[in-house]
Design a binder for this molecule. Structure first.
Ligand code: UGA
Length: 452
């Protein structure tokens, strides 16, 4: 407190950049957000959040009103404004390979560097293959005026959708990869708001200061570990099923060991979303390039276990419906299936690489007449999977169904009344793709229940 705070910009106002820009204004920084998408910038300046994230709406309105937060499509303005520029653009999986597509990073950094007129720190936040920070540094030295003293640093983020506001305001660690004391000091100042908030709440936020490569690796290592934890418990689910065990009890029991921990041990349909699946693939591709491919071979298995969960749901559905499986998979023609859930997890409208939507499409491909409902993901799902029939609510989705599948653990689905739903369906058969229903209650209501 007391020390001057740097002015910060966030390049790319997607999920990551928009959340950061808004939360940093909330922390008291003067913030400018940038995007090439004029519609998105207009929306944000009008106080509308383009994504569904609890709490963000209110923070956007408050900080726009306070005059600490603005959004612009003008890179010259951004270059003039910022002491610290955070690169938050997307790094999707390449269309032609497992690696990451860095074209948005390249475009943002090049354009910023060309417009810089004063000293500044450029900090990468996007999830990238290790080595990208060095490459960004070269881009900057190629395109920025040499006498300004522009430096590069890397500081990965660990936002979880649905908890993103808290993850920015109250992170469990700050990681920075730097090459100079000046960069280190700037990044400390750029996180001072976070440290100050922690102090008022009697917490501490550890700051790990390291080199570029390690900072980049921390992010993918963390996501690889989380993905591995989920696939581990799903592998145990397969073994439990073969042996007649119960994976939910197993997870609970092993999770009491603090070295293992009970979080991220929920067996079910597996992981999806914009991060874990693409990150473990890009990580493998990069390790291969570095000659360390063997070290990450297990991540290939993590991916396979995860994808196997999707076909497993289709198989369980076929079993319950008494359908035979041919060489092309089960034939579900003539059946009607009600699917509850499209998003990759609850409390988001995100359907990117959503296991639920993938399963719904597989059921459709197998010949079933699929009726689907999701509390938030309908519009996005419709765009990705137009072949499905979209219904306005739970009751409509399950009406006359021969079987229902619960594929995202929304509270509305967990709390649904199996007795009432039983009156609507043609057959009381349920596949619980997230092990989120009270199986005894559903059995009592006359449902044939299958969990994962
Ligand atoms: C993930 C990480 O959790 C964040 O720390 C990271 O910053 C972020 O990716 C990112 O790289 O940006 P997110 O994609 O929001 O966050 O989603 P998670 O909450 O991690 O869930 C991922 C998937 O795993 C979901 O489909 C969820 O249903 C599934 N999951 C999660 C399980 O199947 N079982 C579990 O026990 C936990």
């Amino acid at each position: 407190s007391g020390a001057p705070r740097p002015r910060v910009t966030f390049l790319g106002t997607g999920y990551l950049g928009a959340t950061y820009a808004i939360c940093y204004a909330e922390l008291g920084y003067e913030v400018l957000g940038f995007d090439v998408d004029a519609d998105k910038i207009a929306m944000l300046n009008a106080g509308e959040v383009p994504i569904h994230e609890p709490g963000l709406d209110e923070l956007l309105k408050r900080n726009l009103a306070a005059g600490r937060l603005r959004f612009s499509t003008d890179m010259a303005e951004v270059a003039e404004f910022g002491d610290v520029h955070f690169i938050c653009v997307g790094t999707p999986q390449r269309a032609d390979a497992m690696g990451a597509d860095l074209s948005y990073v390249e475009a943002a950094v090049t354009s910023l560097a060309q417009q810089l007129t004063r000293q500044a720190l450029i900090v990468g936040k996007s999830t990238v293959p290790v080595g990208t920070a060095e490459w960004v540094e070269q881009l900057v030295s190629k395109h920025a005026p040499t006498d300004l003293g522009i430096e590069v640093a890397w500081s990965p983020e660990f936002l979880q959708e649905g908890f993103a506001v808290d993850d920015v305001l109250r992170p469990n660690r700050i990681v920075v990869g730097v090459k100079s004391e000046w960069a280190n000091g700037m990044l400390y100042a750029a996180h001072k708001g976070v440290f100050d908030l922690a102090a008022t709440e009697d917490r501490e936020v550890p700051m790990v200061v390291t080199d570029f490569a390690t900072a980049e690796l921390v992010k993918v290592a963390a996501n690889a570990f989380l993905a591995t934890k989920i696939s581990f418990i799903n592998a145990m689910a397969e073994v439990c099923e073969a042996a007649g065990g119960d994976v939910t009890h197993l997870a609970r029991a092993v999770g009491f060991d603090p070295r293992i921990g009970n979080r991220f041990l929920q067996a079910g349909l597996g992981f999806g979303g914009a991060c874990l699946p693409k990150d473990i693939r890009a990580f493998q591709a990069r390790a291969q390039e570095l000659g360390a491919g063997e070290a990450l071979r297990f991540l290939h298995e993590v991916d396979l276990i995860n994808l196997r969960r999707r076909t497993r749901v289709v198989q369980l559905a076929a079993d319950l419906l008494g359908r035979r499986t041919g060489p092309a998979g089960p034939d579900l023609s003539g059946t009607r299936i009600g699917v509850l859930g499209a998003t990759f997890k609850p409390n988001t409208d995100d359907v990117r690489d959503a296991p639920a939507l993938a399963v719904a499409s597989l059921l459709h491909k197998a010949g079933a007449d699929v009726h689907i409902y999701d509390p938030q993901g309908m519009d996005r799902a419709r765009a990705v999977a137009p072949e499905l029939t979209y219904e306005p609510g739970i009751n409509e989705a399950v009406a006359d169904a021969d079987l229902i599948c619960v594929l995202t653990e929304w509270a509305d689905f967990r709390n649904a009344d199996p007795v009432a739903l039983g009156d609507l369906v043609a057959g009381r058969r349920v596949v619980d793709g997230r092990n989120c229903l009270d199986s005894a209650l559903w059995a009592q209501a006359g449902w044939e229940y299958r969990g994962m």
